[in-house]
Design a protein around this ligand. Sequence first.
Ligand SMILES: [Zn+2]
Length: 439
Amino acid sequence: MGTKNWNGYGIKEAVELRSSSPEDIENKQLLLLRRHLLHAANVPFYSYLAEQAESPHDLTLDLAATLQGLPLTSRADLDCYPDQFGLTDLAPIHDVALTSGTNGKSVIVPYTEGDLKRLAFNEAVAFYSAGVREKSRVLLTVTLDRCFIAGLAYYSGVTFLGATAIRSGPGQPARQWGLIKSLKPDVIVGVPTFLLELGRWAQKNNVDVAASSVDTIITIGEPARKTDCTLTPVGAAIEEIWQARIYSSYGATEFETAFGECSSGSGGHVHPELMIVEVIDDNGKVLPEGERGEVVVTPLGVEGFPLVRFRTGDIARLYSSSCSCGWNSQRLGPIEGRLAQRLKYRGTTLYPEAIFQVLQDVPGITDCYVEVRNRADGADDVLVVVGSDDALDKRHVESILQARLRVVPKVRISPAKDVLEVMATAGGRKLKKFFDYRS
Ligand SMILES: [Zn+2]
């Protein structure tokens, strides 16, 4: 394996830590957390931590108690106090990332040299758990420019491992297939919808997809698995067309942390030297293992933009049982939705993502989006707009939603091109799938 390391952690040390007992992992994390808090005290938002440092932390506290004694940090905090977070005077900044700004303004995230190494190590371990090795050739169908951090993370993770990166960037199926034929990558990294499009393009153009060199697919940006960890319809179609194994991943720019699946496909491994993960309820209370709630991440060892207990706004479950791959680090289940998109409907809680996943499975549906408005009784009025050029029966779609979700939102069927136009006009870089008109 490559000899690169971050703070003394290379692949060998990472595997050793994940193979040690949960107690040893937790003790290690407690030490790293205390160090992280001392560093975070240097940024104005966390200056209160300096006072605690003067009267040192209660060293009798365990990991959970230490964390739960600290306030949460929200995305709104980053938006409202942008000058309170970044640390630019302790170490030179080598890269500046911008969040994609889906929830308002972009946040500027400065990376020091150490942060870039940390980023590479994080992605390298995630790739390693998906079976990427020194001899691997990895086709990266993601962009490295426009201040996105994800593309840079994948690229530097590949080189950290000593594997070969093929920086093909997004789009243009014909060009991608040219690269696949000439450079014979065994791993491909991309967004699920694009990888499906790439596979279907090949089928239409008489390329034998299953016979290609690709045997491992790492999906990014969108969920490839449902709550129960089985593949989404798009995920299943990708595996079928490519005859390759999917490894789903999750991460975000603000918390400088990425989770990757191993061969068990039962959630993304938490990387113990890089992050501590909690799942909380609406009141900020930490939930027991396996319960659905908001993911809170404390990224350990970040220099330029340290965060403590950052509320991601994403909904998922955390699992602590040992994994069948032999690692004892926790796993984060598939992202089930965004907290801000939660729908209150007929006494139950529903996320638009669940509706999208059901409708991916229905033949004849090209695209769909969800509209939500306030109702006088405090619940939400949910409308699912479905694009189809077939003579699709509205009641048929409703009965599928009823069977799978146990609730039936209102359904409207419109011509495929009209639905696509609404989603593309509103969405910018991505198609917009959720329209929130609630006050
Ligand atoms: Zn595993």
